[in-house]
Design a protein around this ligand. Structure first.
Ligand code: AMO
Length: 435
């Protein structure tokens, strides 16, 4: 008895010209011309055209197996086709798919695509976006491990919020009030006392009431925190190197995905430009006539500021630094005045904008216990609710800082996806809890 033929992946067809191969995958598309049947088989690496006669092709998306000979064929995807000798249905679809997966385009009836996400997510473009995100996360981990960071895992059920604001999801924890974590902020800081340099990759929760193209109720937060820093420049320097590594890794692993989505991988400048928040507000008003609302930058101001740096410095990235106290959470470290005293108004908090949108917040944190307690009082927070966190600052916490990148925002902007919901396999938004 001969051993069964090993499975070949569609990407490998070119290495098997003239040979008989065994493919397994999904019926991506099918066409029956009476005498001959065409089948486009999709596997994790791509698609392959298969041609045969007398085949009873099942519904699209059925999983199937094809054994056949590889022949060069200029018009077939990848330049090769498989002439079917044996055909087997592994698991037949029992219903036609609600949308035609190969024909799907971005922005075509977006709600329907999300309603049927269990199957629409198999589409080549949807898959490509999630693949890019997976590689981006892998590169995030690799780079940080290379710089001596340790991965941590912090609780997502918490007793208090970290970021302020009203966007906490309350839960009933055995009769006690609790919340879903908005961010690992307080815990990642505590873990600096253990490992000095830490990172976490985990979902976090925000009860955002409003449907926007940049907000999810559950998103993947790529968090970093490092100890023994001089100031927030050390943190921005790290993020600069990290982004350069991520983009380099994407060039090596996701060229096909970027091509499919018509997107380009940005060059990360060796030194990402920086502008202080007040100067940024002034710039968008003076150059573009845009009056900025609130204390921060509004979405239009972010877009204009990015446009300015793309045009004048060719950079898709810009750090906005020295945020005012009023626009930052209680844990943010004050900036120093020229005489060395601490500023009452300005902090060492920063944001990073990428292609018109904030993808990161970060900064130096308060590490002095007395200063932290003063800050909690000044923000009118209840110190007893934060005790589990503030206590650690009695035990010698070094100067530290960090940042968080929203993985879906980065993915969406990298790939030209207009809404962050499509940069997550199963998004949670105001009206969507399934699938
Ligand atoms: P912040 O609240 O600014 O900061 O969040 C950090 C980054 O997370 C992303 N993000 C979101 N993405 C999708 N949907 C949302 N609702 C959403 N909210 C935020 C953004 C944002 O820049 N603890 C601090 C970070 C730090 O200082 O280390 C924090 O959570 O990309």
């Amino acid at each position: 008895m001969t051993a069964p033929l090993k499975r070949t992946l569609t990407r490998e067809l070119s290495q098997h010209e003239g040979q008989t191969v065994r493919l397994q995958g999904f019926v991506h598309a099918r066409r029956d011309l009476g005498g001959v049947q065409f089948l486009v088989l999709r596997d994790v690496t791509g698609v392959a055209q298969c041609v045969g006669s007398g085949l009873h092709l099942p519904l699209t998306e059925s999983s199937v197996e094809v054994v056949g000979k590889v022949k060069a064929h200029a018009k077939a995807p990848g330049g090769f086709e498989v002439q079917v000798e044996e055909f087997k249905v592994i698991s037949a679809a029992t219903e036609p798919t609600p949308v035609e997966i190969p024909k799907m385009e971005w922005n075509v009836n977006p709600e329907t695509m999300l309603d049927y996400r269990v199957v629409t997510v198999r589409g080549l473009k949807e898959r490509a976006a999630l693949k890019v995100q997976a590689e981006l996360v892998a590169a995030f981990r690799d780079h940080l491990r290379g710089e001596g960071f340790t991965e941590i895992s912090t609780p997502k059920i918490v007793s208090a919020g970290a970021e302020g604001g009203a966007n906490l999801f309350p839960i009933d924890y055995f009769g006690h009030p609790a919340y879903l974590a908005q961010s690992p902020q307080l815990y990642k800081q505590i873990m600096v006392g253990v490992f000095e340099r830490v990172f976490e990759v985990a979902a976090v929760y925000r009860a955002e009431e409003h449907a926007t193209s940049r907000h999810l109720n559950e998103y993947l937060s790529l968090d970093v925190e490092m100890g023994f820093i001089d100031d927030e420049e050390d943190v921005m320097g790290l993020e600069n190197r990290l982004l350069a590594s991520i983009m380099e890794h994407l060039k090596q692993t996701c060229a096909a995905e970027f091509e499919l989505l018509g997107a380009t991988i940005p060059d990360v400048p060796a030194h990402i430009p920086r502008i202080e928040l007040m100067a940024a507000r002034q710039l968008v008003t003076e150059k573009y006539g845009h009056q900025v609302g609130g204390k921060d930058l509004d979405p239009e101001a972010e877009r204009l500021l990015s446009q300015h740096y793309a045009e004048t410095e060719g950079s898709d990235f810009v750090f906005v630094t020295k945020y005012p106290r009023a626009a930052r959470p209680f844990y943010t470290h004050a900036d120093h005045n020229e005489d060395g005293s601490l500023s009452a108004d300005t902090t060492r908090g920063f944001d990073l904008l990428f292609r018109g949108i904030e993808i990161t917040s970060g900064g130096q944190r308060i590490h002095d216990h007395a200063m932290l307690m003063d800050s909690i009082a000044a923000y009118k927070l209840k110190p007893e609710t934060l005790e589990g966190y503030t206590e650690v600052f009695k035990y010698g916490m070094p100067p530290h800082g960090g940042f968080a990148i929203g993985a879906e925002r980065l993915t969406a902007k990298l790939l030209g996806i207009a809404n962050v919901r499509y940069a997550r396999a199963f998004p949670r938004d105001r009206h969507r809890l399934t699938p």
